[in-house]
Write a protein that binds this ligand. Structure first.
Ligand code: GRF
Length: 201
């Protein structure tokens, strides 16, 4: 399946997807970043994947940025759009257009800790467990139907950094698994419910 990956930063999830692409029947057509300095772009170039940097600061409005993003994505006619650490709020027009084929990874056990600084917030809240969620993207920020989660224990003396590191290891494995479900056509979004093999998740 043809796929596009959107990133904003380091791209360690992207790297895991690149490393496993063949095994999960994913053909990464391009990597797009809103941040031209994102290290993930270097990772993509090293793997001979075309890259695009579309700087959101060059646009007057969120709508115009999303239109440009959408035009770039559509050149490739992808079957899946993967948000792998893409740190932009998307307009409802954009999310509607790719509904059912756009996945996001979020570093918390949703619905807990939507938004930013999830690791520190989990520690501050005294959570005993934290983790990662992968969900279909809908208009609601970090609010689309959850597909899969992976948990880690919060341990004594954890810092946001130490916790993030353990969660990231889980992210890399879980994202590849979920993308594979999608490329196998087993994962669907039906009436705002995520299903695997026609069973609600
Ligand atoms: C990950 O924690 C992801 O869940 C979040 O941003 C981070 C991106 O990390 N949305 P990386 O760029 O994949 O290393």
């Amino acid at each position: 399946m043809k796929g596009i990956v959107l990133i904003s930063g380091s791209g360690s999830n992207l790297q895991s997807i690149i490393d496993n692409a063949k095994n999960i029947d994913l053909d990464i057509q391009a990597v797009i970043s809103n941040n031209k300095d994102a290290y993930g772009l270097t990772r993509a170039q090293a793997a001979n994947i075309p890259t695009h940097a579309i700087d959101h600061k060059q646009f007057f409005s969120r709508e115009e940025f999303d239109q440009s993003l959408s035009q770039t994505i559509d050149q490739y006619n992808p079957g899946i759009v993967i948000l792998a650490g893409f740190m932009r709020i998307l307009t409802p027009e954009f999310t509607k257009k790719y509904e059912g084929k756009m996945l996001n990874i979020h570093p918390s056990l949703l619905p807990k800790f939507q938004g930013l600084n999830t690791h520190q917030r989990a520690i501050d809240a005294g959570e005993s467990e934290h983790g990662v969620s992968i969900h279909f993207v809908t208009a609601e920020l970090d609010g689309g139907p959850v597909i899969a989660q992976s948990k880690v224990k919060v341990i004594k003396n954890d810092t946001a950094e130490s916790l993030a590191k353990r969660v990231l290891t889980e992210e890399h494995q879980l994202f590849v698994q979920v993308i594979h479900w999608f490329t196998q056509n087993r994962l669907k979004l039906n009436n705002n419910i995520a299903t695997l093999d026609n069973k609600a998740l």
